[in-house]
Design a protein around this ligand. Structure first.
Ligand code: ZN
Length: 286
């Protein structure tokens, strides 16, 4: 099952991806239009959606999609979660998921956007698998952790590196939360849709040149491991968003370093989910 946020309304995407069914109308109001609110009723929603009539689907444009979880109470992101990316960043392999930060929710957008590059910044790309929580998780085991996931989507953890690493005790969040720096989508895919939810191919390209390619089987802390370990520390709430880290190939780790420039088009994909498309423009007056 795939759900999406179409112009701010919760929709079911038909299996061929070509049409959207408005959930509030199709459920006669049992489930509301707010895409974020559905996670509070996730089990009931899934039961209804499995038998919903999708014949009333209407065609839509991907440009009109928003983030499938646009207003999470918590957005947790992990750094250095693929060993080759830890190496290119100049770090060893962490033995605990300690490099945690947040992206503030105002940066979240849909899958197809134009992003203004901050003047004087070094804006970098990080394709990531993103998990959205469907059932509250507190002290859950790895074995049970997938049961707390509503579904998976594609994310870009866009990062302005100068801001990210500034100061005597760098705080990542500001440099990763500039306007438009959190594209997500194009939709949320439930985990039963994948042959192997623990081994998905992800990557991104700039102007057609592949810059990142990896597989989620190479995550140091897998999705269930992240959920289990984080839930020892704090509750994960329905609708929370987890950015799970990026594979090697970011601009910061290249020789010479490379960052996004006006006119660049970044396409990010995860096999079995879909793709994001970001076009970058200069700030006005830059
Ligand atoms: Zn990241």
């Amino acid at each position: 099952m795939r759900i999406a946020n179409l112009s701010g309304r919760l929709v079911l995407i038909t299996p061929d991806g070509g049409a959207a069914v408005d959930v509030e109308r199709a459920s006669d109001g049992r489930f509301g239009a707010d895409p974020q609110a559905v996670y509070e009723q996730w089990d009931a929603f899934v039961s209804w959606a499995r038998t919903a009539d999708s014949s009333a689907g209407e065609a839509f444009a991907e440009e009109d999609l928003g983030a499938p979880a646009p207003a999470p109470r918590q957005l947790l992101a992990i750094g250095l979660n693929y060993s080759e990316h830890a190496a290119e960043s100049g770090f060893g392999v962490p033995d605990a998921p300690t490099v945690m930060f947040t992206k503030w929710a105002s940066c979240l957008t849909g899958p197809v956007t134009e992003v203004v590059l901050p003047t004087g910044g070094h804006t970098d790309w990080e394709v990531e698998l993103v998990a959205v929580i469907g059932r509250a998780a507190r002290n859950v085991s790895e074995e049970d952790a997938w049961d707390h996931v509503a579904g998976l989507t594609v994310g870009q953890d866009l990062s302005e590196r100068i801001t990210q690493t500034a100061g005597p005790s760098p705080q990542f969040s500001l440099g990763k939360s500039l306007p438009g720096f959190g594209p997500m989508g194009p939709w949320l895919v439930t985990t039963d849709e994948f042959d192997d939810r623990d081994d998905l191919e992800l990557g991104c390209s700039i102007n057609g040149e592949q810059v990142q390619k990896g597989r989620t089987r190479d995550l140091i802390f897998s999705v269930p491991a992240m959920i289990s370990k984080l839930s020892e520390k704090l509750p994960l709430l329905p609708g929370d968003v987890l950015f799970t880290g990026t594979p090697a190939g970011v601009g910061l780790g290249r020789t010479p370093q490379r960052f996004l420039a006006p006119g660049d088009e970044l396409i990010s994909h995860i096999t079995g989910i879909g793709e994001l498309r970001q076009r970058f423009v200069a700030a006005p007056g830059a």
